[in-house]
Ligand binder design. Sequence first.
Ligand code: ADP
Length: 321
Amino acid sequence: MEQKTIGILTSGGDAPGMNAAVRAVVRTAIKKGFKVVGIERGYNGLINGELIEMDMRSVSDIIHRGGTVLYTARCKEFRELPGILKAKETCIQNNICGIVVIGGDGSFRGAADLSAQGIPCVGIPGTIDNDISCTEYTIGYDTAMNTAVEMVDKLRDTAQSHDRCSVVEVMGRHAGYIALNAGIACGATSIMVPEVKTDVEDVIKKIKISQQLGKHHYIIMVAEGIGNVEEIAKRIEAETGIESRGTVLGHVQRGGNPTVRDRVVASQMGYYAVELLEKGIGNRVIGLKDNKMVDYDIQEALKMKKPFEEDLFRIANDISF
Ligand code: ADP
């Protein structure tokens, strides 16, 4: 009988630590007696049959590298039934009995569709934004926060030298996790996140209070989607007289060597995903809860709501003057 095969793909936005997860999946599956294929460029590779056989050594020397060696992409065709059926056909032809999908909510929807067609898929949350509800942690989040902090530390040096205000936009898609945590870690005077209504006027008030308390330079941390940081900087300058600059950190936050936390969680999740597929369990997504691996039905996971870290937001506000 032909050897059972497990497929692995990365999909949607890339995140540092994805490679560590790929490595864990490949090594775990091979040890358990599976053949492993890497599927390139997300669901595109599944539709077009872009498969590469992975062995123990094919994932050597990648645990410390950002990005994804399997490439990632968005795939329109996979959103419709004909695309999903093509992907299913590739699986049947290649004896693929399970797929690990590393990505975000969109990728998990695709994984649910393919599971419904009889190809068990297990999702691993990989996104720098930490915006996946069923898990306290997503692969790439820690690295992205650390990159943001490193960059803002550099901006602070120049803001301090010139008595300036630096208004910094960090990533997060529709979530403020990076802004809040990087903000508190950078000693930001104000943090603007989508989860808490904060007007530029509130930020200006806070700056004025800090100014009266002897502060000379300011970091304002703004989550992506809140507004144009150049415009915010202009308003701050007009109303306070403090020279202000806007900076968008952008894609630099998506790259770089993954931190210890990202490598460890990615390794755990990769291992756990193969254990599920070995039991023939699909349509699941893995999460981290109270520092333990858990798994959920994909539809249930997509319906979950994640509480915002309100206590942390309050602390950040209370200690930054
Ligand atoms: P992320 O996984 O990071 O949330 P996207 O939302 O872009 O990123 O989704 C990645 C890919 O997953 C899409 O390009 C598509 O191929 C697939 N996908 C997204 N939503 C669906 C859906 N509702 N049904 C099937 N596939 C989907």
